[in-house]
Design a protein around this ligand. Sequence first.
Ligand code: AHR
Length: 502
Amino acid sequence: ISARLTIDPHFEVGPINRRLFGSFVEHLGRCVYDGLYEPGHPSADADGFRQDVIDLVRELGVSTVRYPGGNFVSGFRWEDSVGPREERPTRLDLAWHSTETNEVGLHEFGAWLDKVGGELMLALNLGTRGTLEALDLLEYANVASGSTLSDRRIANGRTEPFDVRMWCLGNEMDGPWQLGHRSGTDYGKLASQVSKALRQLDERVELVVCGSSNAHMPTFGSWEREVLMEAYDDVDFISCHAYYQERDGDLGSFLASPVDMDRFIETVIDTADHVKAVKRSTKTIDISFDEWNVWYQDRYRDVDRIEGIESWPKAPRLLEDVYSVADAVVVGGLLISLLKHADRVTAASLAQLVNVIAPIMTEPGGPAWRQTTFFPFAITSRLAGGRALEVKLESPTYETALYGEVPQLDAVATHDDATGRTAVFLVNRSQTDSATVSIDVGGLGGVNVLSAQTISDDDVNARNTLEQPERVAPHGNGSAVVDGDTLTITVPAVSWTAIELG
Ligand code: AHR
């Protein structure tokens, strides 16, 4: 098959916020314990953090990291996680039926983030707690000194404030599974009150109100409207969450997951802008897509779920999906979808970071390795600079069971005025045919191919595992050539490709 696209720096979507390359660390399974933190590990540093994981997180190119949940946060008491470790309580985590020792808390995670060079994004518990506890945490985290809670932070070892800007007003409050789940209007009123209070203390905070847990929730659309009718003036972002998986062998629909993400984003923008109109507001709400990934949720329900009231384990192996080449192609496609909406999606978090539906896996006492999904994220984070550009794409289409007729190819470009570099990201969703793509680069005024990397494999189910940690990796795509104003490249069936031009 063949496709054409045109890249022109004038076709601007918007500036790319580095927060688009955020991730998410939840106290869930082995994300924290036996993941990023393992004091007995040969590579552990003086603080008990695995250096091999730190190195991989840096290579991944993560910006903001959302913490500490997730569903976990709706039962979390932040005070448990600070102060002398031997005095910290052991709690039962109702979300994941696990035992939380609080050995790693706010200070330890903050120290780890300093090592990986990330920005802390904190989620507040608005499930079982409210305004007062949120204010206490903000005082503890952001006030320099001179109050009981800020001085307690200093006594606990952190002289400088954490200076957290991004705050999530709870987590997935539309979900019946969420502790403290409530109606859109009730939650919107609470979010509004908490936001006003937080801003009274620190006007620099950037606040994310909960949107729907996914676009297929029965309340999707009305939830966003009800919440924003209450909280529009008080918040900066509304969240989106989406997880995708291949179901019943329907690879065609699965590969088209980014089409669903596109529609999801555009519907939430429409809804937010509708409320803006109703309120005669001049302010625009952005999207924080603060949970997105491939997640085989059926496996969680069938295999991972811990039942009963006794013996909730510490750091069990939960949600440890092992990703395939096809999963990596979908993740690359989801990144394209985020970039295509960079004007309104100004923050996003790949959920999650280590071991739990994660690009990085670890074995206790053993190695850490890159899952297939590591590569599209790391490459996009490294190459996508400056502004996102819309590409005028002409592509054949195919029919899917879930999303109707969708394009075989999808693409986005980025252009950095400072360096003069351009990057093109493209997916080929055909399961049978390679695609020859002609790219009109005349608008860039003379460019060379600096690099072209493709993720594909004869076996779309190939995976990286403990036994074969380097089975899948991106490979150079030598077919990319520029002739005059045209760049031509051939991309295999079921593939994701990044081209760097300069
Ligand atoms: O990321 C795993 C879980 O997915 C999170 O805890 C929750 O917010 C979502 O449902």
